[in-house]
Design a protein around this ligand. Sequence first.
Ligand SMILES: [Mg+2]
Length: 321
Amino acid sequence: MSNIILNGVMGLVVADALGVPVEFKDRSILKTNPVTGMREYGTYNQPAGTWSDDSSMTLALADSLIKGLDYKDIMDNFIRWYDNGDFTPHGEAFDIGGTTREALFRYKKGVSPLECGGKNEHDNGNGSLMRILPILFYIQAIYGVDFQEGEEIFEIIHNISSLTHGHKRSLMACGIYISIASKLISEMDLSFSVWSGIYNAMEYYRSQEEFQCELKYFSRLEDKSFKDLPIEEIKSGGYVVDTLEAAIWCLLNTDSYKSCVLKAVNLGRDTDTVGAVVGGLAGLKYGYENIPDEWLSVIVKRGYIENLCNELLKTMQMQNS
Ligand SMILES: [Mg+2]
């Protein structure tokens, strides 16, 4: 059986690492000198294959889920990441988003985990979307591989987001993302998987009174011609809706892991996170074996990441049996 956890998580980590050296670069600059493979140094002066907070927080969540679903334990892992450099490539956290930093600060002050995430409109950066993927594997272990999205499942996804990002728009972005990710694991046609993932999630949100005022922010994704939008219409900064859109647009307009994540990174600006968000989906769709070897071979702590994925898979399979 292929290891879907390794597919998704390594897909995310590799694309994050592709984006790290060019984070904040404008699209116009990358157009004249596009990223075609792993670079070294650049924005954070890190060696090739260095991944960032997106991967660290994803690994921190995956590590915690091995022990079961415990929101406090996940927050403790996030603190271990930021304060001690656990779950990092070189023993030190070199970046963090503002909303995440504030949430960790609240947690240390004694606020309960599910109340730590910022709930203001400006707290809708992509900081929970970039690390939400591992909860899919927990949900599949508990509710089955082809689980039906329902209240209980969305509540878990929303809780995982709320640890750092508690605004409804961030919760919805995570819900839509996990819904798409779950469909990509099946053998269905790519665009059918994406559309059914979006459709199922949006049907749920439409049925919930509390999400009504947020539906409009996701309307472009529901439009069947979304894929055909010109690149100028796709923003790649840190706003969660832009990141989700950019990821889905890249996925729909490419046909391999490599072409998908390079398209994402070359959009510019928040290159590591747009890369990580789409990298997780592309990894699930195309599989670990389709991630280029020359990229995998430079990933820092590759063995550690693979072991962690294998360990989580083992635990999830035990839950299922
Ligand atoms: Mg990052």
